[in-house]
Design a protein around this ligand. Sequence first.
Ligand SMILES: Nc1ncnc2c1ncn2[C@@H]1O[C@H](COP(=O)(O)OP(=O)(O)O)[C@@H](O)[C@H]1O
Ligand SMILES: [Mg+2]
Length: 315
Amino acid sequence: MIQILNLTKDYDSLRAVDQINFNINEGEIIGFLGPNGAGKSTTLKMMTSFLPPTDGNVIVDDLNIYDNSKEIRKLIGYLPESNPLYMEMTVYEYLEFVSKAREIPESKFKSVLKKTIEKTGLASVISKPISTLSKGYKQRVGLAQAIIHDPKIIILDEPTSGLDPNQIVEIRELIKELGKEKTLIISSHILQEVQAVCDRIVIINKGKIVADGSTEELKAGFKGRNRLHINFIGNANIVDEIPEKIPGTKISSLEKKDMSSEVIVEYSSDSDFRPEIYQWIKSTDIILLEMRREHVSLEEVFHSLTLEGGDSNEI
Ligand SMILES: Nc1ncnc2c1ncn2[C@@H]1O[C@H](COP(=O)(O)OP(=O)(O)O)[C@@H](O)[C@H]1O
Ligand SMILES: [Mg+2]
């Protein structure tokens, strides 16, 4: 439905978005994740045809942002990061203004408004000036202007940023509801935000796509480290033998307790040294109480992919 093709943006000498490619299918809820400055907002501005690319293209159905900018804007609802609102207007006046700008016929305005305020929970504040609303409600007004023309694609740039925890939960619920009938793209620099609502995560770092997949796919594709926690009774110092006897492993910590000790053995996730480690334990006098593999978390994948300096994810 949406194809992003070699999309590139230079701001003078800074390449903010660097030849990115990905597709979005109808009905998907995509999390566009990356640290601050990664190029998320720049990409979304190009997708919504607010900012011309330096190179590449965005195709929506059979339209493209160079030749069909106006048509594409009709298909998309967009809530920019800054959520620009006219503070002196009431919610009603503002939505009336947006409705005119979107060329919604006046005869339809009432029913469109009713639907929009139902979906965004704005009924109780409809006559209030926007300036008097809480940040959570201002964000609802931002969502309302994004959906008023019933677009099939909704793009939200950091929609929960700056909200308090209760407001975050409320906005997330609204977003989940919208996701049931729309194609949704949500950007965030916080993994938990996108993990809570998205089916698929596209990670951008320094203008480049560094990962694209479901949570499970991202974890499976991660070339990071395994950590094996071994709890045992016996002479703790003997674990120094492990890296000598089993090349590729290293001891990342050793904690001696009253009755037992716990060692953490690390190795690259390309390999599984559990059989060798178990054989080694059998060859010693130590008594094994527990051997547990720590599962890689998505936080670790994200952190590793977006580390300062880039893509080093080796031990
Ligand atoms: N209008 C602009 N002029 C110059 N540089 C910009 C402009 N907008 C963004 N940048 C730079 O481009 C990079 C990407 O920015 P942005 O797309 O806003 O990232 P994100 O939304 O992921 O935080 C950053 O280094 C930012 O400083
Ligand atoms: Mg941004």
